[in-house]
Design a protein. Structure first.
Length: 267
């Protein structure tokens, strides 16, 4: 599909971003659109998702919003079919949707464990499965948002760490399988540090509640200081990394993990 503007790295490409109503997902959708992609934003948050898509259109991009529960295979089949019907294909999938549950391991409810796994793991499996079916002839790039929690231990977030570690390993296995089958699909993961989004605010609240400190401002400052870069990350920091993995600038990368954590895991 041609664009009228000068060539951009994702001109003629169609991208689908999950969890795109806010935070990293919304920033990624904006960056992909600015790079030339036609973007389907999906989320369970309809009001925020529609607003995010409308903002992209108002800025001159091409975007639409689709309601989407990533733990539902039927929803995946529907949103990919609707995206391809509207835009004529699918070339980029960003599995960004994720949730966080916080608490002591000894008190963890099995329902919370399953809820995290359903969104953070099942969602990535289903998205990758159906994107591979859509991309295996035309080619494409799948970017899975993991976390630095996949690489290091973190108290009071065992379910989240489990899920993001799973995304890390799943990404590598999917990349190798696509390569061995001869599919022109690259699969990579991004591993953010603490990003200054709504989820980070939830983490601060939970750490405070579990006795890290009585003052949320102190907890937040400790989180900031743990990053050698001297700040928390922004959603745009991660969005830029996703665009790199989505376009041909990263053509020789598959099964890779791109760590964007302000140096947190380098200590």
């Amino acid at each position: 599909m041609p664009h009228d503007s000068p060539a951009r790295p994702l001109d003629g490409k169609v991208a689908l971003v999950t969890g795109a109503a806010r935070g990293i997902g919304a920033a990624t959708a904006r960056r992909l659109a600015a790079a030339g992609a036609w973007v389907a934003l999906t989320d369970v948050l309809e009001k925020e998702g529609k607003a995010a898509a409308a903002a992209i259109v108002a800025a001159g991009g091409t975007a639409m919003f689709l309601r989407h529960d990533v733990a539902s295979e039927a929803d995946w089949e529907r949103v990919i079919a609707e995206t391809m019907a509207e835009y004529g294909g699918l070339h980029v999938l960003v599995n960004n949707a994720g949730i966080f549950r916080h608490g002591r391991l000894e008190d963890m409810a099995l329902a919370d464990w399953h809820a995290v796994a359903a969104v953070n793991l099942d969602g990535v499996l289903l998205g990758t499965k159906h994107a591979v079916r859509a991309m295996k002839e035309s080619g494409g790039a799948i970017v899975n948002i993991s976390s630095m929690a996949a690489m290091i231990g973190s108290a009071f977030s065992t379910g989240y760490s489990m899920s993001k570690g799973g995304v890390r390993s799943f990404t590598k296995a999917a990349a190798i399988e696509c390569a061995e089958l001869g599919y022109p699909i690259r699969v990579n993961s991004v591993h953010p540090g603490v990003i200054d989004t709504e989820m980070a605010g939830q983490v601060v609240e939970k750490f405070t509640a579990h006795g890290r400190d009585d003052d949320p401002a102190v907890v937040r400052e400790r989180m900031r200081a743990a990053h050698p870069a001297g700040r928390l990350g922004t959603a745009d920091d991660i969005a830029r990394a996703v665009v790199f993995l989505a376009c041909d600038d990263s053509a020789f990368m598959t099964g890779a993990e791109l760590v964007v954590d302000g140096g947190f895991t380098a200590r």
